[in-house]
Ligand binder design. Structure first.
Ligand code: AMP
Length: 339
């Protein structure tokens, strides 16, 4: 059997070298990520923040909405700032993690003077707008957390459990527990390295996936009951309406479980979730190979990955639902966009 090698890709090697050189020459950093940071975005920011500090730099983490309840177990999560009042300028640079655009930092980017600050953009979204002064964008990584792990390994600092827990959590959440098509041999090897410095997968699984409130599953039951499907059974969708939130007595922050249920139905090629958020309708798509989730989301100003994408759309729930379902059916009829 061929021996497993664990080498860093040439493009990444160049960017990792450039970013480490940048860090060594500067100080006073802000680590941020997209609004309502998920396990990958938050894990990446926290791991990077620990790395920067280990390299002797001043740095802290602020992202719009702060650390979600479900992710508060992450080392460093208790110190995450949640709005612009937590900013402590001046900064030499802002590191943006897992954010496809500058605007997705929402109130954080709005409070910063983009022209006066160096932006180091680290992301694994193919749809990233390359808005940084330094852009390390590589969609071959499972997660931004895996990119930070690669950066940390190359930095020469002694890797520790705090960095590893954050990177491992980022990897686990964005690969759907190593089940999505973005899971590579490298991903498993990197996860194994995290274990070598103290991560225990059973602990992370328990903290991430086995602490759901009864309300979470009551919401799942309501959503399945009210689920809608296209006539051909290829598109299934659910809407977290205010009425359902009242019925379940619960407002979920994380919705991946609900999407997983829809995508587990035989014949469903596209799962869609609608929910009101900040005066708009948040739409999430999960698609099968051959159906381009980015093509769907980008028509509404959103983005993401070919298999998992999202957008925030103006309009009433009913209107957005009708338009998005029609658009999805049109794409399927036209062959799926082939991603
Ligand atoms: P979600 O639907 O929130 O689970 O996100 C699925 C993927 O789409 C993730 O990679 C998100 O970062 C990305 N995404 C979600 N909403 C947006 C948006 N409004 N703009 C750009 N990317 C998004």
């Amino acid at each position: 059997m061929r021996a497993l090698t664990h080498t860093i890709r040439p493009t990444s090697k160049r960017m990792v070298g450039k970013i480490l050189e940048f860090i060594r020459r500067h100080d006073r950093f802000l680590c941020s990520g997209h609004i309502r940071s998920d396990g990958d975005a938050l894990g990446a920011q926290l791991a990077l923040n620990f790395l920067l500090r280990k390299m002797g730099k001043r740095s802290h983490v602020v992202c719009d909405h702060g650390a979600m309840e479900e992710l508060r177990f992450l080392p460093g999560a208790d110190k995450v700032g949640a709005d612009p009042s937590a900013l402590r300028p001046p900064y030499t640079a802002v590191f943006t993690c897992d954010s496809g655009s500058w605007q997705r930092l929402e109130r954080i980017s709005a409070a910063l003077d983009r022209e006066a600050i160096t932006v180091v953009n680290i992301d694994h979204h193919a749809s990233n707008e390359r808005f940084g002064d330094i852009n390390w964008i590589d969609s071959s990584y499972s997660s931004t957390g895996e990119m930070i792990w690669t950066l940390a390994k190359a930095s020469g600092v002694k890797l520790d459990r705090a960095i590893a827990m954050n990177c491992y959590t980022a990897i686990v959440t964005d690969t759907g527990r190593f089940s999505f098509s973005n899971t590579t041999i490298e991903t498993h090897l990197n996860a194994a390295e995290c274990m070598r410095v103290g991560v225990r997968p059973a602990d992370v699984t328990r903290l991430l996936f086995r602490q759901k409130s009864p309300g979470h599953w009551k919401m799942a039951a309501c959503l399945i009951r009210d689920m809608k499907m296209s006539e051909d059974g290829r598109v299934a969708w659910i809407s977290i309406t205010p009425a359902l939130v009242r019925e379940a007595g619960f407002e979920p922050a994380e919705t991946q479980d609900f999407m997983d249920i829809l995508k587990s139905i035989k014949g469903v090629d596209v799962a869609i979730l609608f929910r009101p958020q900040d005066g708009r309708v948040k739409v999430s798509w999960r698609t099968d190979p051959g159906i381009d989730g980015i093509a769907l989301a980008s028509q509404w100003g959103g983005g993401g990955h070919p298999r998992a994408s999202g957008a925030s759309i103006e309009g009433s729930m009913e209107d957005v639902e009708r338009l998005v379902i029609q658009q999805t059916l049109d794409l399927l009829r036209d062959g799926g966009g082939a991603a």
